[in-house]
Unconditional design. Structure first.
Length: 502
């Protein structure tokens, strides 16, 4: 029931609208008047048509009208005499959907339906009994797949970065700026940040890195200096990877040893050296697995919410786009796109991202973590000058050779400096300041690596794994095969020259 005659323009006050965004908007922009639904006077209110405008836009963007007929599968179940299936239309009746979404009284929801049904009425469709948008009997449900311009533009972005301009690409720069805007504000459904912290004060205190070894000489060098030979290679030896271009070294690692071993895909008979690297300074890591669970908060009646929702919908698929399998031989081209994304996050996004965590394609449990070049420097071992390193691979015993890896650091003995006897009446040139020594190369070459170390290898955790066998997980589908007799081609028979018919 309303307090005004039906021929008067109905109004609804802010207190009769339970949806907080709409209620605040009515309080801010409405005019004092008598509410048609609660009867209170001089409350900020809108004409019901104005509220219908907001509802119409929200439902067109965030809801979809469900079919009033069963689909093919449901039709098949209905025709099955042995099935007890009963078909029910999905979604809510339009009036109920508006009432629950906008938080308005039932009478107001019915009035909004009447307004919108009249706007979308189609007399030709009515004549054949075809349902129209917002009609009284229509049902609506919230969309689960929000179309995204960012998703549509991903493939032109890939094409541009692969075939047009790779290093100075304004299209790619603008696109990535839109994709990763305000990453720090994104949360998952449970409130977790998509950018995680790594370091001594975080849950991600260390990372594991593995290297496949095929010969004893390489194994000896890795065990002797894991800081040099188990860390990222020097630039001149850095090959292209999923997140780095050739010559730009990155630190590929995992959150546990098992994942690290699986990711290097060692062949049977090889050795794999694994060690733990401590993260020695705070780092910011974009966790793509959390992006899959990112959520956008806001009101469906907020015009900006649609853009946020579409962006989050695209970011939820980014883990797949960044980690999809690449066939051998295609890496040099297919990695260009992910390399561009990594470069943007490392150099253009502010505050800078230090790395990316993503799901392993080799094992079900565990994540890969790649640290970008600026965060990939490993501290050198603290070895006194003149230290020699000996690596033992085992020893002989009564039972034969026993493998036993052992590393010995032989440091030089301390040098005793004897005090010199001096004569106060004899001038000593040793007391004069030494002349300046010119460097053999400019300072920027002598100390070219200005990166602050972010990692330190824990030499107590170095382990050599000998690969005896490899396990694969797979899914399979049986291949059917049948032989049938082809029917004669009547048209071909009819076109045969006379005398050839049999």
């Amino acid at each position: 029931m309303t307090n005004e005659a039906d021929d008067q323009v109905k109004r609804i006050c802010a207190d009769c609208v339970g949806e907080s965004f709409l209620s605040r908007l009515i309080r801010a922009t409405g005019t004092p008047s008598t509410c048609s639904y609660c009867g209170f006077r001089r409350r900020r209110s809108w004409e019901i048509d104005a509220l219908a405008d907001k509802v119409e836009t929200a439902f067109q963007q965030h809801f979809e009208r469900t079919s009033d007929q069963p689909d093919v599968y449901e039709e098949m179940l209905l025709r099955d005499k042995e099935s007890s299936y009963n078909w029910y239309r999905s979604g809510e009746p339009i009036a109920d959907a508006i009432e629950s979404t906008a938080g308005v009284p039932g009478d107001a929801a019915k009035d909004i339906v009447e307004i919108l049904a009249e706007r979308h009425a189609d007399w030709d469709r009515d004549l054949i009994g075809e349902e129209t948008d917002f009609s009284d009997d229509s049902h609506y449900r919230e969309r689960t797949d929000h179309g995204s311009m960012l998703r549509t533009m991903w493939f032109p972005f890939e094409h541009s970065i692969k075939t047009q301009a790779r290093f100075f690409n304004s299209i790619a720069s603008e696109y990535l700026s839109d994709v990763f805007k305000n990453l720090d504000s994104l949360r998952t459904q449970t409130g977790q940040r998509v950018i995680i912290k790594a370091g001594s004060d975080s849950s991600l205190k260390s990372l594991f890195r593995a290297r496949v070894i095929f010969d004893q000489s390489s194994l000896e060098s890795v065990l002797a200096r894991p800081d040099h030979n188990l860390g990222p290679p020097p630039s001149r030896l850095a090959t292209a990877g999923r997140m780095n271009a050739r010559g730009v070294a990155a630190f590929y690692s995992a959150t546990n040893p098992e994942t690290a071993i699986a990711e290097v895909r060692p062949p049977v008979g090889s050795d794999v050296v694994v060690a733990r690297f401590k993260v020695t300074r705070p780092l910011r890591i974009l966790d793509l697995t959390r992006l899959e669970r990112a959520t956008a908060t806001g009101s469906v009646f907020d015009p900006e919410f649609s853009n946020r929702l579409e962006r989050v919908s695209f970011l939820q698929t980014l883990n797949h786009l960044m980690t999809r399998p690449v066939m051998p031989g295609d890496e040099s081209l297919e990695y260009v796109t992910t390399q561009a994304v990594a470069d943007y996050l490392a150099t253009a996004y502010r505050p800078a991202i230090d790395g990316i965590a993503y799901r392993s394609a080799q094992v079900k449990v565990g994540k890969n973590v790649v640290l970008f070049n600026h965060a990939a420097r490993v501290e050198e071992l603290d070895l006194p000058e003149g230290t020699s390193i000996e690596v033992s691979f085992g020893h002989g015993s009564d039972e034969g050779w026993e493998t036993d890896f052992d590393v010995t650091e032989r440091i030089p003995p301390p040098v005793e400096v004897k005090a010199k006897e001096t004569d106060p009446f004899i001038l000593s040139f040793d007391d004069l300041p030494a002349p300046p020594v010119l460097p053999a190369a400019p300072p920027y070459i002598m100390d070219w690596d200005q990166r602050v170390p972010a990692l330190a290898v824990d030499t107590e955790t170095v382990v050599v794994h000998h690969i005896d066998w490899v396990r694969f997980g797979s899914s399979n589908e049986k291949v059917g095969r049948q032989r049938v007799v082809s029917k004669p081609d009547r048209a071909a028979i009819g076109n045969r020259p006379r005398g050839l018919h049999k």
